[in-house]
Design a protein around this ligand. Structure first.
Ligand SMILES: Cc1cc2nc3c(=O)[nH]c(=O)nc-3n(C[C@H](O)[C@H](O)[C@H](O)COP(=O)(O)O)c2cc1C
Length: 211
C-alpha cells in the first residue's frame, strides 16, 4: 500500500470511523520528516516545550518500567563548551584533522537552537527485560520527542556520529560506565518544508503468517 492509499484510508467518512479514532495522530506520524540541523533556525523551543517533549518520551512503551533512557538538555550557555568537546573528540579520532574539519565539528554543536542528548541506561542481565527491549524503548522515546517537536511546530532530527563513543565527551557529559550516549536531538524552526524521503512500501515490511 502506498502513502497515497494510506491517506485515502484516512479520508473515510466520519460515520465509518471507529469510535476513538484520531486522524491527527496518524497524519503527524505519516508526515513526520527529520529536518537537518543545518536547516533549523531560531526560535527554538523554550523550557516548557522541551519538558512537554520529554513528557511525550515518558509515554514510550517500557517493559517493567525500567526507564532505560534519559535526556540531557544542553544549556544555551554550554553550547560553546559542547563545541569544544566535539572538536576535542575529533582530534582524538583524527589527530591530523585539518582545522576546517575541527570547525565543522564545532558547528555541529552550535547549529540548532536546542539540543537534547539521549542517554540509554541499559540493565544487562535483567531477568525479564533483555537489552534489545530496552533499546526499543529508547527508540520509542526518541520517536515520541520527534513527534512532539513536530506537533509543537518545530523541526527536529536525531544525529550521532563516532563522537558518541568518545570517552572524553562521555565523561564531560557525566555519563556513568553503564550508560550509552545514543545521540543528540536537534530542534528548531525549520527553514522551509522538510525534505521528502522515500518510505518503504508497506508490502516490503508487512507479510502474512498463515500458520
Ligand atoms: C539513533 C540514530 C542516530 C542517527 N544519527 C544520524 C547521524 O549522525 N547523521 C544522519 O545524517 N542521520 C542520522 N540518523 C538518521 C536521521 O535521524 C533520520 O532518521 C534520517 O535522515 C531519515 O530521515 P527521516 O527521519 O525523515 O526519515 C540517525 C537516526 C537514529 C535513529
Amino acid at each position: 500500500m502506498r502513502l497515497q492509499d494510506l491517506s485515502e484510508t484516512l479520508h473515510t467518512r466520519a460515520s465509518e470511523r471507529p469510535a476513538g479514532r484520531d486522524d491527527g495522530v496518524l497524519r503527524a506520524i505519516l508526515g513526520r520528516r527529520s529536518v537537518s540541523p543545518k536547516r533549523l533556525h531560531a526560535p527554538g523551543p523554550g523550557r516548557a516545550e522541551i519538558e512537554l517533549m520529554v513528557a511525550a518520551a515518558a509515554a514510550a512503551p517500557d517493559h517493567c518500567g525500567l526507564r532505560p533512557w534519559r535526556f540531557l538538555r544542553i544549556a544555551d550557555d554550554a553550547r560553546g563548551a559542547l563545541a569544544d568537546l566535539f572538536a576535542d573528540a575529533k582530534r582524538r579520532r583524527a589527530p591530523q584533522a585539518h582545522p576546517s574539519e575541527l570547525d565543522r565539528e564545532r558547528e555541529r554543536a552550535l547549529r540548532a537552537p536546542a539540543m537534547l542528548a539521549v542517554v540509554a541506561r541499559l540493565e544487562e542481565g535483567h531477568p525479564r527485560v533483555p537489552v534489545h527491549e530496552q533499546y526499543v524503548s529508547a527508540g520509542a522515546a526518541i520517536q515520541n520527542v520527534l513527534l512532539a517537536a513536530a506537533a509543537l511546530g518545530y523541526g527536529a532530527m536525531i544525529v550521532s556520529g563516532a563522537k558518541t563513543r568518545d570517552t572524553g565527551l562521555r565523561r564531560a557529559l557525566r555519563l556513568d560506565e553503564a550508560e550509552t550516549l545514543i545521540g543528540f536531538i536537534c530542534i528548531g524552526t525549520p527553514a522551509g518544508p522538510a525534505k521528502v524521503r522515500a518510505r518503504p512500501e508497506v508490502s516490503e515490511i508487512l507479510s502474512e503468517w498463515n500458520g
